[in-house]
Write a protein that binds this ligand. Sequence first.
Ligand code: UD2
Ligand code: MN
Length: 562
Amino acid sequence: MRRIRANAIAILTVAWILGTFYYLWQDNKPHSSSSASEPRVADIRRHAAHRDDRTIPLIVTQSPWAEQQQGQLIGSFDEKAYLLEKQLKAGDDPYRDHAFNLAESDRLGSERAIRDTRHYRCASVNYDATLPPTSIIITFNNEARSTLLRTIKSVLLRSPPSLIQEIILIDDFSTDPEDCQLLSQIPKVRCLRNGRREGLIRSRVRGADSASASILTFLDSHCEVNTDWLQPMIQRVKEDRTRVVSPIIDVISLDNFAYLAASADLRGGFDWSLHFKWEQIPIEQKMSRNDPTLPIRTPVIAGGIFVMDKSWFNHLGQYDTHMDIWGGENFELSFRVWMCGGSLEILPCSRVGHVFRKRHPYDFPEGNALTYIKNTRRAAEVWMDEYKQYYYSARPSAQGKAFGSIADRLTLRHKLNCKSFHWYMENVYPELRIPERDAVSSVLRQGGLCLESLGSDSLGLAECSKGSGAMRPQSQRWQLVEPLLRQQDICLAITAFTAGSKVKMEPCNMKEPRQKWKQKGPTLQHVVSGLCLDSQLSVGPPAIAQCWPQLASQVWEPQLIT
Ligand code: UD2
Ligand code: MN
């Protein structure tokens, strides 16, 4: 009896173990039905649910080729000495110089295993046996030695050697030239040093100009590339040179350097102040994505990590080299790529980790804010057509700030026969909402004259001022947000409710009946009195009068300021 019970327990135990294994295997294996071309709703739901958490549950050690070339990977380069020379001193703030925890980065050394964060289906995607090689371009200013070296070694370790033509480092006038120079002892690594601080935009152009491969790959100087990061990107660019592709950018913690998987459901977006942000893929696109390995179209790229055909980079005018230091170039490039015949994608089967920081560890010779305004203003002025008014509304401080000449870039846009920003808004980024009309400024025109506030509280008509949006004086800029007719915080009001009463400017108050106007045909009617704004040109200052829409003195033509 006891034997029978022991046997039964043994059989149950074995069955339980087998069952558990079968369950785990089922859960891990790719779902065959999802390869069908018509996805079923259930499939879509299952993939949506699985997308984030179903990454390959393995620790990446090294790629197959890494072992073969382990000895030759860094040649005669003495990495221990290189790293030791710049150790953090006891008592130093580990965040001070790089805005990340340098002690933690140094502790990791020059290479480490990271988790393969791709969707499991990426491992079975096939790429061409022969792909063209690429030049890796990394620009840096006073990067920490340990992060810079780890960036380079991760590229050498996790890329098929045949795809790496060279790694070009552009030392953007760092304090110690040896940070870069010593690294050129590593096979394939070249070092170019700027004779003065140029900023990342001109530095990248310098790197691109000296690249010998037909495909360019840009990286920041504090990255770690992940398993098979390069093949998906080169494949897409090889198939069509007008594609500009980027990986999913994983997060390397600035505090403890943990390598964290980023969501695979994000794309690049921005708001009207030209501030980059990650945003969810629109729901319709998400629902129709039955294959999580497919590219994600993105309105803009983050900027630092992308692959682009060199001839296409040059054809499109490289970068706007009048942009300084940092910022804005990603919008300029993104608008240009889309509007001039190319496309931008994020490839989910390519993953690159990046240390995202909360502040810039380097200085801006012209100041951070002014530089960002200069760069984004250039992007807005060259590419955003009439939509640039929303940029100026969102960033009023940009008005009147210097941005240099954009003549060359306008010529380029013309020569390349690029589409309008309106086309971009309709076809690439329809999700970007146009601000309410309150942000929009118009002039109120009557023939060649414009309604103008005259300093105190009075009004008059004056010749319409010329010049582009930002140059227009405030006195002629009106925001028509019914029922208010405002100039920022002051509003047009009547002085009395009878015909012939003058109008004046006073602090806005939504509840004040004297301030309520509406557009009625070509006239501006005061809501309560029913009388119309009349310039009374030959008689006196603007006033309200019986409405006669045929009367030239009552016809106001709002004209958007662009
Ligand atoms: C993001 C991009 C970055 C760039 C920037 C907008 C990613 C991961 N990063 O900011 O590449 O597009 O947005 O301009 O998408 N550098 C120089 N000279 C300078 C300043 C910076 O060489 O004067 C280097 C710097 O060492 C780094 C790279 O340029 O390797 C980007 O700078 P960042 O890391 O401070 O920019 P990030 O990641 O905040
Ligand atoms: Mn960076």
